[in-house]
Write a protein that binds this ligand. Structure first.
Ligand SMILES: [Ca+2]
Length: 104
């Protein structure tokens, strides 16, 4: 499978695996979200972006429709936010400052 396809199917598979773990299906509750972050995010760089110690806070940020759980749409938002912040940090590190003056 091509790399991007792997990523896309992984996002879906990971969500479904943890969402169906227990409780309501197709939704991540607090315990499932915590387990997912702990097991599926290992690098310090990305770990630093999510406060896994304070899952209440993480849930509050991700739970856009305030039903107390994270649905697939909310999970995707989280993944893309992580990707964006990883991109920003990578770009900042290797990039030549001054050459690309991008408005924030
Ligand atoms: Ca929700």
């Amino acid at each position: 499978m091509a790399r991007l396809e792997q990523v896309i199917t992984s996002i879906v598979d990971i969500f479904m695996e943890y969402a169906d773990d227990g409780g309501k299906k197709q939704q991540l509750n607090k315990e499932e979200l915590k387990k997912l972050f702990e097991k599926e995010i290992q690098s310090d760089e990305l770990k630093g972006k999510i406060n896994t110690d304070d899952i209440e806070e993480a849930m509050k940020m991700l739970d856009q429709n305030h039903d107390g759980e994270v649905n697939f749409r909310e999970f995707c938002r989280c993944v893309s936010a992580l990707a964006r912040s990883y991109y920003q940090s990578k770009k900042g590190k290797g990039g030549k400052k001054g050459k690309e003056a991008e408005p924030q």
